[in-house]
Write a protein that binds this ligand. Sequence first.
Ligand code: C2E
Ligand code: MG
Ligand code: MG
Length: 609
Amino acid sequence: MLQTGDLEKLKHSSIMIVDDEPINVDVVQAFLEEDGYTEFVTVEDSREVLEALEKKAPDLLLLDLMMPHISGFEILQLIRSQNKFKFLPVIILTAATDTANKLRALELGATDFLAKPLDQSELSLRVRNTLAAKAYQDQLAYYDPITRLPNRQLFQEELSWALENNRRDHDQVALLNIEIDSFASVKDTVGVDAGDQALQVIAQRIEKVVRNSDIAGVVRIDGNVKSRVFHFGSYVFAVLLSRIADAESVAPVADRILEEIKLPIKIGIRELGFTASIGIASYPNDSHEATDLMRLASRAMDYVKQRGGNQLQFSSSAISSMYEKHIKLETDLRRALKNQEFLLYYQPQLDLISGVVTGAEALLRWDSPEGFIPPNDFIPLAEKTGLILPIGEWALTEACRQLKEWQQLEKGPLQLSCNIFVKHLSDDQFIHKVKNIIVASGIDPQFLTLELTESVLIEDVEEKIELLAQLKELGIKLSIDDFGTGYSSFSYLRKLPIDELKIDRSFVKEITTHSASRAIVSTIVYLARNLNLLTVAEGIEQLEELTFMRKHGCKLFQGFYYSPAVPNAQFLSLLEDSQVPRAAAVFTTAAARCDRSSEGNYPRSVAAR
Ligand code: C2E
Ligand code: MG
Ligand code: MG
């Protein structure tokens, strides 16, 4: 029988009201809302009923008989001819005296009737009883009697549903097939009752992991992921995750399920220990068909079992190897932090007019035992795992240490730029940490520039302005990195307390070939000058690019044309070279030569200045 909690759950049932008179729809909904129901699907055009049914899968249908286009009779007939709606309870709304129509509707499969005009208490009672009867039937047909979790039957229906919806929205779906290792032999030893109790505990633990609110963060950033746990009977469970961003991101969920299941289970005086095997298949990577996906997940699970259980396995070999690569990279990153495998390299920044090195951008390098790994290969994963925070703090600390050394060596007023990871901006200790690092290093903070990419600044602008203002109070400089790619409006630039714009390399690269990029770059420089901001051109590889930047008044540049990021010692010798007047002269003459050849009658004064 249904319990009190179940009756409360009925209030979340989805009720579909179909009537061509809007006023009738409103009245029914208002009455039911008074009873505490919250989920409604209302349809006034009978032609839309079937589509709404498909999409919303209501628990109860309140159906008017007399409607234009398609009558209630026809709708009833259509519904009952489809397997998935065979058992949907339908209450017909009709005039009390209409016996002939009532009989006809009954023959077509109506569940009950309600007389128009509606009596509120009558409606309340019928709806509650019908929903309760359906819930009871569903429980028998769709729920496991031991764990009270939805069963395989319901899983199949929900999987098909999820596939259909996600296909439309281009989202992904993953299904986890979970078998408790050696459960049968434990059950033989401890008896059926203890076995059932253990299953109940396991079910609750899986549900806890899946219901846990931060699963949304794991699986999909915007938190739209839908999840549900099923019990296929005996010791097999399944988890359905839909609207996920990518298949391999469900691995942490599976990992946590494995961890939870491993915790000891106390039953009476006994303590039982279990492990599980998890197979994962996903749409659209593995298949578009529900039955295929179930087969593949189960096969992946068998594969784990054969290798001793207590593991997860993706069905697709591509995802599997991606996942293994990630696991390895994550372990390697932890080791790298511990063993100090990270280094900073320094890419010189030069004054476009004098050719003198004025400072550098500190760029992270990972000297792993397998060779140098570029930042773009490990930063995305480090961001996912949270390791990015200690890595970023290390980089800033090291940059400040280096800057202090330069300041002590009296290498001239060198400006050092350090990149800040997006994740740091949501760390509420960030300002505090930066301050501590700066103070501990003993640097003169005006020579430290922090670079933030443009894309992170355009969300929650007011909040970001406040954050930047607090950073500025530390006495440092602020730069917007990769400027031009984030689609920020020029007007909001005015409000940001920044000192510098770094023009993204994608525009610089196109200067010689695309007039649009030339226009963008010259506009950025013009704008920056008017806002009193320093401009830095990133990724200058060719003399033509350098010349263009100089001609349009850009202040600094960095790029392979002069030097990639190099270790400190090498940076210092580049610095010294650039300070020799002769070297600077060569630099400017070369640029001027290029001015003449590529830009026609470009005035010599730029080179001579
Ligand atoms: P970014 O801050 O825009 O850094 C510029 C990137 O462009 C660097 O790549 C640099 O080596 C590269 N580059 C410089 N000149 C040229 C050139 O002439 N041609 C080409 N093709 N590339 C050039 P890298 O070092 O691989 O860094 C990539 C990104 O990783 C950086 O982009 C930055 O967002 C991030 N990153 C690197 N180090 C750190 C760090 O210490 N902290 C943080 N938060 N992010 C870092
Ligand atoms: Mg940068
Ligand atoms: Mg950049």
